[in-house]
Design a protein around this ligand. Structure first.
Ligand SMILES: Nc1nc2c(ncn2[C@@H]2O[C@H](COP(=O)(O)OP(=O)(O)OP(=O)(O)O)[C@@H](O)[C@H]2O)c(=O)[nH]1
Ligand SMILES: [Mg+2]
Length: 311
């Protein structure tokens, strides 16, 4: 898994399949123009803009794209309706390309990754997949079960750990997440681990605010191992559309996010949200998820994504 982009390989095909509803909501009207069902006039641009906004790409991107299309139409360079599609494709690629920056774990020293996000977005699943991949590339990996909200969360992480032969540092349900992280850092340092990945809760038992709890975990990490966490990975669920944008804003303001993971792109019509996230946040998109299986999470590559979306 995670090998070089095999354009016609199964991940690409599955990505294409997964993005088909998003594609439908994004390019439907453009295609009607292409097939000669619509005239290129003011009404069309209005419809296009509305369509883009409902496809979750965000009002700013929609307006920019329509302005550019109008400009080109005014200069009568719309010799073929194909041009609309090309403009769209180029604009989407331009924005996504800026956020393409895969997570690189140095071969030497301890690198720590704190994984955050509201409940159910796919944090634990993402950790399992990433940990496996890092191990298969020769890194020594350790996991920390700092989501102590429910016993099942700890067990779920243990299952991934057992399957991959990766140690999981845990305490009992309800334990202080910072205490789990403290233990994990000591263990990781003592055992010369290369990558420590920390699972956190999307909700808490206590009345403590989630952000305050995460800030505390982050602070403990920095104190016990300066420079840590090296990566704060925010996991977002694409099916939640605009909510993913609010979550990115909230987590980024509270604890500072250094990388995004966008899961559940399979089967949703809201995949356009990736464009909005890329445009509005100067944060790399590290991974995308298109299913629950091990092989369904991959480093984000803008060209592959745009091909799968537009082809
Ligand atoms: N279809 C689909 N399902 C996914 C994807 N990623 C994760 N899931 C599923 O989403 C559900 C929630 O995933 P978890 O990894 O448990 O999410 P979490 O963020 O750890 O949730 P909490 O621990 O409750 O905060 C599981 O059933 C996963 O299998 C994806 O890319 N596509
Ligand atoms: Mg979880």
């Amino acid at each position: 898994m995670f090998g070089n982009s095999e354009k016609k390989g199964s991940f690409f095909e599955r990505l294409k399949e997964g993005l088909s509803k998003t594609k439908q909501s994004l390019v439907r009207n453009v295609d009607q123009v292409l097939f000669g069902e619509k005239k290129i006039d003011g009404d069309l641009f209005e419809e296009l803009e509305e369509m883009l906004v409902t496809a979750d790409v965000g009002p700013a991107f929609a307006a920019e794209l329509i302005d550019e299309m109008k400009e080109i139409a005014k200069r009568s360079e719309l010799s073929s309706p194909d041009v609309l599609r090309t403009i769209m494709r180029d604009n989407i690629h331009f924005i996504l390309k800026q956020r393409e920056s895969p997570l690189e774990i140095p071969k030497e020293g301890l690198y720590t990754v704190m994984v955050v996000g509201v409940n159910g977005t796919g944090k634990t699943t993402t950790i399992g997949k990433v940990a496996n991949e890092l191990k298969s590339r020769g890194h020594s990996v350790m996991l920390a079960a700092a989501d102590t909200f429910r016993a099942a969360a700890i067990e779920q992480l243990e299952v991934w750990g057992e399957r991959a032969g990766i140690p999981v540092i845990k305490q009992k349900m309800g334990a202080d997440p910072s205490a789990v992280v403290f233990d994990a850092l000591q263990a990781a340092k003592a055992r010369g681990v290369n990558a420590l990945i920390i699972d956190t809760a999307g909700r808490l038992h206590t009345k403590v605010n989630l952000m305050e709890e995460l800030k505390k975990v982050k602070r403990i990490m920095g104190r016990e191992y300066p420079g840590s966490p090296h990566e704060v990975l925010l996991v977002l669920d694409a099916t939640t559309g605009q909510n993913a944008v609010s979550q990115a804003k909230m987590f980024n303001e509270a604890i500072g996010v250094t990388g995004l993971v966008l899961t559940k792109l399979d089967g949703t019509a809201k995949g356009g949200i990736i464009i909005r996230l890329a445009r509005e946040f100067d944060i790399p998109i590290r991974y995308i998820g298109i299913g629950e299986k091990m092989d369904d999470l991959r480093p984000f590559r803008s060209a592959e994504f745009v091909d799968a979306l537009m082809e």
